[in-house]
Design a protein around this ligand. Structure first.
Ligand code: NAI
Length: 341
């Protein structure tokens, strides 16, 4: 089977609006647990093959994320192939029409380069999209910060460190990073923070008594937990080989820049909570709203902590990186045969 026709996907739709010079790919990976959920990414891909590989990998990851979060939803994703002549609004309407035609087996929302205004454009063509309307699911970034906090507390417990004794390096002080700092500061943790925007670092230093780090100190400051809350790909195998942390837990998607990084950390005894487990708060809010019309309760977010405890215990018992265990658990819940591939 070719890379571009992955046999685990239920639907792969390549759609075009010729007049708008717009091409998009919408993938429904798996709906066995419920309707697919996944945002819209707009990116200047090298070509359709690269876009197809990306959207399939992202949709697959959403299936695992939903399964692990315990929501009755599956994985999907949409990508718009960006280029300088793209009619942006028409491209988002194209995705909206495609999502509408799927008739409710796929709910979409934000992802890289898709703004709240873009989502309102999508909503002109479909009911199955999360917008920032006031009667929506609630504060998504706050829910993500809650989930990362619960995962961090489970990690601290696993490492036998009291929350008030935690030293946490937070990289990236956007909506989630700041929320995480606030929650950790409330519990007495000592914070070391960095954002490429100096004013964001200064605000967190002033508000939460955090200690500012220069860029070159981010991977070199001894800590209990390294919390990546900026972009993905923070941890290369080289960084993993020397990161002076006892654990890793943050919001950034795809924290590992390459496949070896997770194994390198594990071999050094550094406990890395899988990103797709820790950062599921927004998904839990969004999917619960889409599926039930209700806002998610706090107990649904607390489950992130419980699942983290279970995964870390198994990782220690089986001597395998937590991400391998998490993928195996997710695949089992969805009903895939086999292990953690
Ligand atoms: P954001 O865009 O509000 O904040 C990101 C921050 O990282 C910005 O302040 C930016 O200046 C900073 N940054 C970028 N590169 C940096 C670097 N190299 N070093 C230090 N700081 C850097 O994003 P948000 O919403 O806070 O999300 C953070 C991460 O969590 C992202 O990777 C996002 O994909 C992921 N995530 C967010 C969710 C949410 O509910 N907002 C849900 C799931 C994942």
């Amino acid at each position: 089977m070719s890379d571009c026709l992955p046999e685990d996907c239920e639907r792969l739709l390549l759609v075009r609006d010729r007049a708008a010079r717009a091409t998009a790919i919408v993938v429904v990976h798996d709906t066995r647990l419920g309707p697919a959920h996944g945002g819209i990414r707009r990116w200047a891909y090298a070509g359709p093959d690269e876009a197809m590989r990306d959207v399939v990998a992202l949709a697959r990851a959403m299936t695992y994320k939903c399964a692990l979060a315990g929501v009755a939803a599956g994985g999907g994703k949409a990508v718009i192939l960006d280029h300088p002549e793209l009619d942006r609004a028409a491209a988002y309407r194209l995705v909206g029409r495609t999502v509408e035609q799927l008739g409710g087996i796929f709910f979409t929302g934000p992802d890289v380069n898709t703004t709240a205004a873009d989502l309102r454009t999508v909503a002109e063509a479909t009911r199955f999209v999360a917008t920032d309307a006031p009667d929506g699911p609630g504060d998504l970034a706050a829910a993500t910060a809650d989930g990362v906090l619960y995962a961090t507390l489970a990690l601290a417990e696993f490492l036998a460190i009291a929350p008030a004794d935690l030293r946490v390096v937070v990289q990236g002080l956007g909506a989630v990073g700041v929320g995480l700092c606030a929650r950790l500061a409330e519990r007495g943790a000592r914070l070391f923070v960095h954002d490429i925007l100096p004013e964001r670092t200064a605000t967190v230093v002033a508000e939460f008594g955090a200690e500012p780090l220069a860029a070159e100190q981010v991977f070199a400051t001894p800590c209990d937990v390294f919390a990546p809350c900026a972009l993905g790909g923070a941890l290369t195998a080289d960084v993993a080989a020397s990161l002076p942390a006892r654990g890793v837990c943050g919001a950034a998607n795809n924290i590992f820049a390459d496949e070896r990084a997770a194994a390198v950390l594990h071999d050094r005894g550094v406990v890395a909570v899988p990103d797709f487990l820790a950062n599921a708060g927004a998904l839990i809010l969004g999917a619960t709203w889409n599926l039930t019309g209700r806002r998610a309760g706090p107990e649904q977010l607390l489950r992130i902590g419980e699942t983290t405890r279970e995964i870390l215990r198994r990782s220690a018992t089986e001597d395998r990186p937590p991400v391998e265990i998490a993928l195996a658990v997710a695949r089992e819940r969805v009903g895939f045969g086999g292990g953690a591939s």
